[in-house]
Design a protein around this ligand. Sequence first.
Ligand code: NAD
Length: 359
Amino acid sequence: MEFVHDSHRQRVRFASGAATQAVAEEAAALGGHRVMVIASDRERALAEQVTAGLPVTVWHNEVVMHVPTEVSERARSAAVAGEIDLIVSVGGGSTTGLAKAVALRDSPKAGTPILAVPTTYAGSEATNVWALTEGETKTTGVDDGVVPRTIVYDASLMMTLPLELSVASGLNALAHCIDSMWAPRTDPIDKALAGEGIRALASGLRAVVTDPQQLDGREQTLYGAYLGAVVFGSAGSGLHHKICHVLGGMFNLPHAETHAIVLPHVLAFNTPNAADAERRIAEAFRAAGGEPVGAQDGLRSLRADVDAPRALRDIGMPEAGIDKAVAAVLAAAPAGNPTPMNQENIHELLGGAWAGEEP
Ligand code: NAD
C-alpha cells in the first residue's frame, strides 16, 4: 500500500435540535466578536433561530447558486464594512459557497474563519473546494483557507427542506461517495469512508421518505452526507462530477437533481471495469438492508424507493445539448477512469440520462 491522504483540520459537531447553543459555544470558541451571518431569505428564519444571541454586525442575504463574481464582491464589501471577524453560514451549498468566497485568498477578508451550519446534504462545508462564476464560466479551485473551521450539524434544520429536494440532495451526497471509488486521488481511506457513507445515505434516505419529519432518518442522511463530502474533497472529481459540472454550466441545470439523474448511468458505465468498487458499493447497499445482489441493483432499488428524478430532459436540458456536451465531457474526464471513454459511449451515456432510460 502506498498512498498519501490529507485530512482537514476541522471540528465537526452533531447537535440535533440544539444548534442554537452549539453555534453560540462554537462562535465564542472561534473568537467571534463581529459576526457576518450569510443566509438567503428562504433560510432567514432558520438562521435567526440558530444565531440568536451572537454579536452579529452584518446580515447578508444575497445568495445565488454557483456564486457569481459580482455577488461575491458585494458580500466581500459588506464583510469589510462590518469589520467582521467570523462568518456564520446557514444554508445549502450555495450559501456555504458564498462564505468561502469571502474567506478566499484574494479577498480582503481572506482567512476569516467560517462556522458552517448546513441545511442541505450538499457537503460543501467539509471541502476546501471553492467556486466562482464569471458570466457563463464557473471556475473551481482549492484553498485550505476556505475550509470551515467548525461545522454544526443539526438534523432538525432539514425538516423544512422539501421532500423532492431532500431526495435530490441526498443522492448528490451519494454521488460523492460512489464517484470517489474511482476518482483521481482516491485511496483506501476514502473508499472505506465512502462505503460507510453509502450505507448511511441508503438507509437514511429511505427513512426520510417514509417520514420526512422523523429525526433519525435526517441524522443518518446528514452523517452520510458529511462522509461523502470528506471523500469527495480528498479523492477529487471522478467522471460523474466532471459530467455534472459540464452539464450544469452549459445548460444551467439544478445542481442536486443533475447529480441524482446522472449517477446510475455513470455507475453502469464504470462497474464492468471496476470490480473492487462494484464489490464495495454492493456491500454498502446490502448493509443498509434490502436484497441487492450488485451495486447497480442496490442503486436501482434505492432510487425506486425514494422516487428519484430520472431524466435530464425533465429539468431543462435540450436534446441538442447531448451532441454539444460530448466533446466537453471527453475533454474534462479524468484519464484514469475505469472504462475508457470515446465519443460513442459518452454520447450513449448522456442520451440515456437525458431520456431517463434505466441503465
Ligand atoms: P442550494 O444551496 O442552492 O439550495 C437549494 C434550495 O434549497 C435553495 O432555494 C435554498 O434556499 C433551499 N433550502 C436550503 N436549505 C433549506 C431548508 N432547510 N429548508 C428549506 N429550503 C432550503 O443547493 P445545494 O444543492 O445545497 O448546493 C448546490 C451548490 O453547492 C452548487 O453551486 C454546488 O456547486 C455547490 N457545492 C459545492 C461543493 C464544494 O465542495 N465546494 C460541494 C457540493 C455542492
